[in-house]
Design a protein around this ligand. Structure first.
Ligand SMILES: [Zn+2]
Length: 110
């Protein structure tokens, strides 16, 4: 856990954040500033700053994130209508919280 990292605090249950899903490795919760009708964040509990900081040992973690996203899409009701999965990487890539997370975004009326 990184001191002063918001997502470490959330993952450790130190905030009021309501989880859509939690297991020993991940937490999933709604983005507090949603960019779409459905905007959830999938966050590994282990602190990794960004995609740039992944090591060869993190392959399974990234795979787990995408497999979980597939299930969460069903939970939040966008599996059929469609959604985006997105990593923002560092400031120029729009990353705001420097603890790796996968955005699941959808729910638009088309
Ligand atoms: Zn963190």
């Amino acid at each position: 856990m990184e001191k002063d990292c918001l997502f470490c605090k959330i993952a450790n249950g130190q905030t009021e954040t309501e989880f859509i899903y939690e297991d020993d490795k991940m937490v999933v919760f709604h983005d507090i500033k949603p960019h779409a009708p459905v905007h959830v964040l999938l966050v590994p509990k282990r602190h990794i700053r960004s995609i740039n900081d992944l090591t060869d040992d993190d392959g399974a973690l990234i795979s787990d994130l995408f497999m979980l996203a597939k299930e969460i899409a069903k939970t939040v009701g966008v599996a059929e209508s469609g959604y985006k999965l997105l990593f923002n990487v560092e400031k120029g890539g729009g990353q705001v919280i420097f603890h790796i997370h996968l955005h699941l975004i959808g729910g638009w009326k088309r």
